[in-house]
Design a protein around this ligand. Structure first.
Ligand code: HPA
Ligand code: ZN
Length: 336
């Protein structure tokens, strides 16, 4: 089964590009840019990755992102992720970036988006990985700051498929961003939002009804609300679930307690993703395998997870069908 998982064609729909910054690259970029890090060594960085909740992670994640200064840094970061993704047989990826983490430090929006975009183009040409880019607003900052960020994105709208919402969830409900998301949709962007990771099921309702999202990022706390489960099932709203992240940030005490298999068995459109792979102990295959080992996923579960992800992409229907056909060929030819 592990070989079957590793070689299976897959799509990744929940990956923060800043969360793919491995300590080795963090140190290399700190050196290149003359940035002082609060860590003496790569080992010390890794040892700092013990989190108690979302906020304890975000504090370290934003500190690490301070080494990203030049367009080439964003290129190198994105390229390193794409090479890992290729190794995991990711055929299509939809990447989040957090422009406000950088513009707040004086790095121009254009520098960030150009570096990421250039790597994504190169990834399509040389690794055969197609991609979409999603701009996330930091929900701990104001709605006005989000609106200003959206306006900065408009000249680059051809490179950005949609907008999302991340950072500290509790106390920052989706409703805070209703106007920003209205404007984003009127400008032609699709919408997604982190909801129901640490926040209550009501935040998932708000994301659906106020922000009109096409997918929910995480969404695992939907399990507390039977009516919500029914809505998500009936409308086949994709949930971009991140198993290793949820265990690292103590949303679940251990992988055996994760609800991924239960949600899948209820008929929800669950997908598996890595979130912040450099911080949470692995990339997409590590997430599939950890969930499989702890929950006893069957072959049909694993295939369904990949099928769900291809259907949940923002690709057009014919591109989705090509990937689904590729998956069907893989399943048909696989000896397992
Ligand atoms: N949740 C909220 N914000 C984030 C996350 C997450 O899992 N990863 C990076 N920013
Ligand atoms: Zn996330």
């Amino acid at each position: 089964m592990e070989t079957f998982i590793r070689n299976m064609p897959k799509a990744e729909l929940h990956i923060h590009i800043e969360g793919s910054l491995e300590p080795e690259l963090m140190f290399a970029l700190a050196h290149r840019n003359g940035v002082r890090l609060p860590f003496a060594s790569i080992d010390e960085v890794r040892n700092a990755y013990h989190f108690t909740d979302l906020q304890s992670f975000l504090d370290i994640y934003y500190a690490g992102a301070a080494v990203l200064r030049q367009e080439q840094d964003f290129y190198d970061l994105t390229w390193a992720y794409l090479e890992r993704a290729r190794g995991d047989n990711v055929r299509h990826t939809e990447i989040f970036f957090d422009p406000q983490t950088h513009t707040e430090r004086g790095v121009p929006f254009e520098t960030v988006v150009t570096g990421v975009h250039r790597a994504l183009q190169q990834g399509e040409r040389t690794l055969g990985i197609t991609s979409n880019l999603i701009l996330c607003f930091l929900r701990h900052l104001s709605a006005e700051a989000a609106m200003a960020t959206l306006e900065q994105a408009l000249p680059f709208r051809e490179w950005i498929v949609g907008v999302g919402l991340d950072s500290s969830e509790r106390g920052h409900p989706p409703a805070k961003f209703t106007n920003v998301f209205d404007r984003a949709r009127s400008e032609g962007f699709v919408t997604v939002a982190h909801a129901g990771e640490e926040g209550p099921p009501d935040y998932i309702w708000q994301a659906l009804d106020l922000l009109k999202v096409s997918r929910i990022d995480h969404g695992v706390r939907c399990e507390e609300d039977a009516q919500l489960i029914e809505r998500l099932r009936r409308q086949q709203v994709p949930l971009t679930v991140c198993p290793l992240s949820n265990v690292k940030l103590r949303v679940f005490e251990h992988m055996g307690a994760h609800n991924l298999k239960r949600l899948l068995n209820l008929g929800l459109c669950v997908t598996v993703n890595s979130d912040d792979p450099a911080y949470f102990g692995g990339y997409i295959n590590d997430n599939f395998i950890a969930a499989h080992q702890a929950l006893g996923l069957h072959r049909d579960h694993v295939i369904q997870l990949s099928r769900n992800a291809f259907r949940a992409t923002f690709l057009d229907v014919s591109a989705q069908q090509q990937l689904l056909d590729e998956l069907a060929r893989y399943v048909g030819e696989s000896p397992y």
